[in-house]
Design a protein around this ligand. Structure first.
Ligand SMILES: CCCCCCCCCCCCCCCCC(=O)SCCNC(=O)CCNC(=O)[C@H](O)C(C)(C)COP(=O)(O)OP(=O)(O)OC[C@H]1O[C@@H](n2cnc3c(N)ncnc32)[C@H](O)[C@@H]1OP(=O)(O)O
Ligand SMILES: CCCCCCCC/C=C\CCCCCCCC(=O)OC[C@@H](O)COP(=O)(O)O
Length: 272
């Protein structure tokens, strides 16, 4: 009986292996499927740990989430090479902005996430089962992207509470995932927030995933991701009139860094 199960199990694994070798689409679907299952199962376990240790929704839960998610890279053969972590060591609150390529970014995020840091996320993430629960417990700030006025109101509230709670806030200024190897134009919410709270903006750039991950061509192999935390950009004394300039400066610096980290230096020069 037990031998029967063993033979069946081995046969299924072999079949999956052959299918993965033969078809990039199957390989991609299985690896992404595994990532989602891993997120859902780990979130359920981490949620229990968060409730037991911290009792509810608090940024302190991010430490638990981080410890769990940092192990995921080993399942997918991903390596991170991080530079500039010392740039996170600013006095008090800050806004961190980074490029957003895929749902896989959660691994890159947790690889370097500083203490007392929450992210801004779309409200739809609340409805992703246990993942939604863990994101809620971690203190993520939910915004409704379909309503500019309500998103602005939430961001204005955050500007007020950041100082009291000594929070760093992580925003993806592209506003959506983009895996083209370039940046989408930045939305200004993060920069309004930084100016309203008079706190620095710390840009973070992840090298392009396109050499190992591409949903269009169903590519998903192992790979190396270079990460650079750039020096903080001060906003003391800036007003809402300076937000466009601040956004543009940050965009140019991050695009240049993205191309450099991804081995596309010549395009960086053409970008200004
Ligand atoms: C244990 C296992 C766990 C496994 C799972 C892992 C879990 C991990 C936990 C961590 C979770 C992380 C979650 C990450 C989620 C990532 C996302 O969801 S990304 C998508 C959501 N984020 C964003 O959209 C942020 C970026 N967007 C913005 O900043 C936008 O500006 C906006 C605030 C959302 C508003 O967008 P929109 O409605 O499109 O309007 P705009 O065109 O941007 O602006 C219009 C206009 O208004 C001005 N303006 C914008 N913001 C402000 C403001 N705060 N105050 C004043 N004015 C503002 C803006 O300047 C425009 O005016 P202008 O004249 O054109 O300049
Ligand atoms: C009971 C409901 C069950 C629902 C099951 C859903 C399964 C989802 C399971 C795992 C997914 C892991 C996702 C990790 C969190 C990723 C956050 C993220 O990257 O969000 C994308 C968002 O930034 C931008 O969204 P769009 O690019 O605009 O779109």
């Amino acid at each position: 009986m037990e031998l029967g199960w063993l033979v069946c199990g081995t046969a299924v694994l072999l079949l999956l292996h052959v299918l993965m070798e033969l078809s990039p689409a199957v390989n991609f679907a299985l690896r992404i499927g595994f990532y989602c299952v891993l997120c859902l199962v780990s979130s359920a376990l981490a949620a229990a740990a968060c409730l037991l240790v911290n009792g509810g929704r608090t940024v302190k839960n991010m430490r638990i989430i981080k410890a769990v998610v940092k192990t995921f890279k080993y399942f997918f053969g991903l390596r991170f090479e991080v530079k500039g972590l010392e740039n996170f060591e600013v006095e008090g609150p800050a806004i961190i902005v980074s490029n957003h390529q895929s749902i896989l970014d959660m691994m890159g995020l947790m690889e370097i996430l500083p203490d007392n840091c929450v992210q801004v996320g779309k409200k739809e993430l609340m409805y992703t089962g246990t993942v939604g629960l863990i994101i809620y417990l971690g203190g993520v700030i939910f915004i409704n992207r379909k309503s500019t006025s309500s998103a602005k109101m939430v961001m204005a509230e955050v500007a007020k509470t950041m100082a009291n709670e000594n929070l760093k806030v992580w925003v993806y200024p592209e506003g959506t995932r983009n895996c083209t190897g370039d940046l989408l134009p930045f939305k200004k919410g993060a920069f309004h927030l930084a100016v309203q709270a008079q706190v620095p903006v710390i840009p973070v750039v992840y090298s392009s995933f396109t050499t190992f991950y591409n949903p269009k061509t169903k590519l998903f192999t192992s790979g190396k991701i270079k990460v650079e935390v750039l020096p903080p950009i001060e906003t003391k004394g800036l007003t809402s009139d300076d937000v466009t300039d601040l956004t543009d400066r940050c965009f140019c610096t991050m695009r240049e860094t993205l191309f450099r980290l991804s081995g596309r230096p010549s395009e960086a020069k053409d970008s200004s």
